[in-house]
Design a binder for this molecule. Sequence first.
Ligand code: GTP
Ligand code: SPV
Ligand code: MN
Length: 586
Amino acid sequence: MALTNNKYVLEWVKEMAEMTQPDEIVWVDGSEEQLEAIRREAMSTGELIKLNEEKLPGCYLHRSAINDVARVEDRTFICSHRQEDAGPTNNWKDPKEMYAMLKELYTGAMKGRKMYVIPYSMGVVGSPFAKYGIELTDSIYVVVSMAIMTRVGKEVYDALGDSPDYIKGLHAKADLDAEKRYIVHFPEDNTIMSVNSGYGGNVLLGKKCFALRIASYLGRKQDWMAEHMLILGIENPQGEIRYLSAAFPSACGKTNLAMLIPPEIYRNKGYKVWCVGDDIAWLRIGEDGRLWAVNPENGFFGVAPGTSEKSNPNALETTKSGTIFTNVVHTADNTVWWEGLDKNPPKGAINWKGEPWDPNSGEKGAHPNSRFTAPAKNCPCISPEFDNPKGVPISAIVFGGRRAKTAPLVYQSRDWQHGVFVGSIMASETTAAATGAVGVVRRDPMAMLPFCGYNMGDYWRHWLDMGKKIPKLPKIFNVNWFRTDDEGNFIWPGFGENMRVLEWILARCFDEIGADETPIGYVPKVDDINLEESGVSKETLADLLSVDKELWKEDVRGVREFYAKFGDKLPNELAQELDKLENNLK
Ligand code: GTP
Ligand code: SPV
Ligand code: MN
């Protein structure tokens, strides 16, 4: 039975059901009772495997199709009416043509299946900044994952009332044909359509599709920002908490930084880190003139490989109950394993493809983009402000990528405009989070290349405009944990040790510490980064902070080429900043 009288919802659901032709429509109410019945159905077909209840209570394993393990950027579209509104970095097709093509793919796609109607909220239900969505899907994996990642339940209908103001999402697995896989956004229609995939960011439509692509489009019209950022707070020994948000591309360390455990010398002094979010931030100007951030999600869709007791104990603890694991190793004692969890790969286990796996075969047991879907409330360091609809005030915005050379460990922009430039020239090596080659350096402005729902040139303009509207601006920084030596080893120890860099960043925000000026911006004085018990020498730090002018000149050429794609959409301010950088390097 329908859970709402909202005529816009009812009409749309009816129309979509007429097209996709499911056997039955299930209205998801968010109750544990109904969710449990849905999980049981998935267990009977093997879509979910119930894991060892003693060791991993309420946890499940799911395997996606072998050709369906990551986001598909080449099949992701922004269908605005004008192509120039999608811009040179998005795939585009005329909305009319796209709707017609999709109609063919969706027609009858749910025959023999059930259509689940999921009402969900991004943000605290009923709060002024919450935004609502309804996802229609024929995948139980999507239903149970959305129930972790977002706030699902009939209270969403109550909050929506009879308003048409919700984001429509239609997802059909169809036959998982990779050649007919499409992830399509119609920002002007508040609509998302996803077909022929069953994996992560392609199908959990509240996440990248809504909370970044559609939301970035809305934010520009409404003077706020939707960003691919973690949010964390650092509590100092005096009990004062300072917050920062950080944008790194996919699989470049957001979850790890968001749940950081400070090194022992910091813990002994009384420092604590609080996680507000690990992937997405919605930022608004507060009444006090500062920039405030909320995490619109309710769970973590984190990279499994590399997550260990040593690298990220908080993330590991978060996955100990109520978690869905996707594409990891299934062990003989009905638990899970992945590369980097420990040094004891299990014997007699099943790999991510569902085949018997020999750890000595040289083949990986878990897919490099295997993931956990875990409730935020499980996280030992979840911020007490997590559910605060106002969010938290941001002192620093940090950009960062995976760069073997060029970018130093940390540098600060000279001002907001220069900071926007620093974000716009970000580059990073590609990772397994999206299909395609891994390890190729590409431009990824603000870590938003795959997630900006409109022309990236207009997006930069929006950033510059926001700089004029925010009375108390955060300071903007860039970090790089991934510089390598001649043998390809990471020089900086990373993970918890990144605290040392964050301390410097926040001290800069409160004018508590000096810096050296370089052609690219401010870098720390070597003595100002606390290296106590880090195992890093001052010489190594000096090397990590060094700015190689020749490499940067090469980068300037790359940026020029990239900027040229935007024609007159490139804000003049950024062209000027590039000239200035080039001059500084002479
Ligand atoms: P998405 O969920 O795809 O957006 O990724 P993410 O940005 O949250 O990345 P995550 O924290 O999951 O880290 C991805 C990979 O980077 C893992 O293999 C981590 O082990 C590795 N990593 C994270 N932080 C560091 C670091 O400080 N140093 C090094 N060397 N590796 C890191
Ligand atoms: C990312 O790729 O940035 C992710 C995973 O956070 S996904 O939800 O698949 O986009
Ligand atoms: Mn992400």
